[in-house]
Design a binder for this molecule. Sequence first.
Ligand SMILES: NC(=O)c1ccc[n+]([C@@H]2O[C@H](COP(=O)([O-])OP(=O)(O)OC[C@H]3O[C@@H](n4cnc5c(N)ncnc54)[C@H](OP(=O)(O)O)[C@@H]3O)[C@@H](O)[C@H]2O)c1
Length: 309
Amino acid sequence: MKYVRLGNSGLKITEITFGTALTIGTENKNINFAQTMIDTAWDLGIRSFDVSNNYGMGNAETLTGQALKKYPRQEYVISTKGSWPIGESTYHRGLSRKHILWAFEESLRRLNLEYVDVYYAHRYDDEVSMEEIVRTFNYLINEGKIRYWATSEWPENALEECHEICDKLQMEKPIAEQFIYSYALTKAEQNGVKIFCDSHGVGTLGFSPLCQGLLTGKYKNGVPKNSRIEKSDKIGYHKTANFYEQNKKRIDHFVDICEKFNIKGSHLAILWCLRKRIYPVLGASSLQQLQENIAALDIEVPTEIWNKL
Ligand SMILES: NC(=O)c1ccc[n+]([C@@H]2O[C@H](COP(=O)([O-])OP(=O)(O)OC[C@H]3O[C@@H](n4cnc5c(N)ncnc54)[C@H](OP(=O)(O)O)[C@@H]3O)[C@@H](O)[C@H]2O)c1
């Protein structure tokens, strides 16, 4: 597994990040499952782990923190996130200093760590001034609680304003932007975000690189048992079916190419992101999926396939 530098920062992460959103702490709340997944990810060379305070309403942080405890802290990168609504109260969301400092301390407590490597402003919040946002995340850096800060799904104009304010205040800029990205959903390449990041030395990570399983081709002949769409009521998540409806033509084209060239959809989907230097934040619901997916890194894709895509 290669290490890659995140934008202009000094931080290196493994080219694949292990994501926990709908699996660890939501679908499966069992520590044995979390431990086996994280041990396998570790054995496969992954050293970058992604959680958030809203995944399983904190369970992902608790279980991931527990599972990583046996590994030397200096040998991995962990990112978590704040700003996503985690309760009904006005104070349970957003990027105000009040919410972020509280949410961060809660994350640290659940992770049972002294610091996190990357702390994400999980969504942009236009009710808070950019100066307050920048000062809040810089405060956490200066306190030694986080090493770097980053953004997720921020619009291009907010990233631009953020960089201007950081320059003006001579403060640390976010080192990465994490957006939804896969062959099926490439909006970050059209809405100016990827271009901004590339031209300002901001690293890019893509979440849902398999389009939540759709690019593996497993839905081609209907909804299989135990798949994310089939489990949607149980895990309270219906977006996968919507993505399929909205992007069916492009997804089917991708799956057809995979079949024609006898390459696994999971492999081609991951390599598509890596080729663009959009580092995948990959989910897996089982050990077999994780093992299969990481095998993508051993595959050479013929130019003819890229041309067809
Ligand atoms: N920043 C943000 O706002 C944000 C938002 C969402 C997610 N994320 C991060 O991104 C990570 C990945 O997101 P994701 O889970 O939606 O994306 P994904 O990696 O595109 O999809 C993972 C899902 O696809 C299916 N799958 C994986 N490998 C497979 C294989 N080899 N064969 C068949 N099916 C396979 C599994 O679902 P089944 O249950 O169908 O088996 C698995 O849970 C999250 O865990 C989280 O860390 C970040």
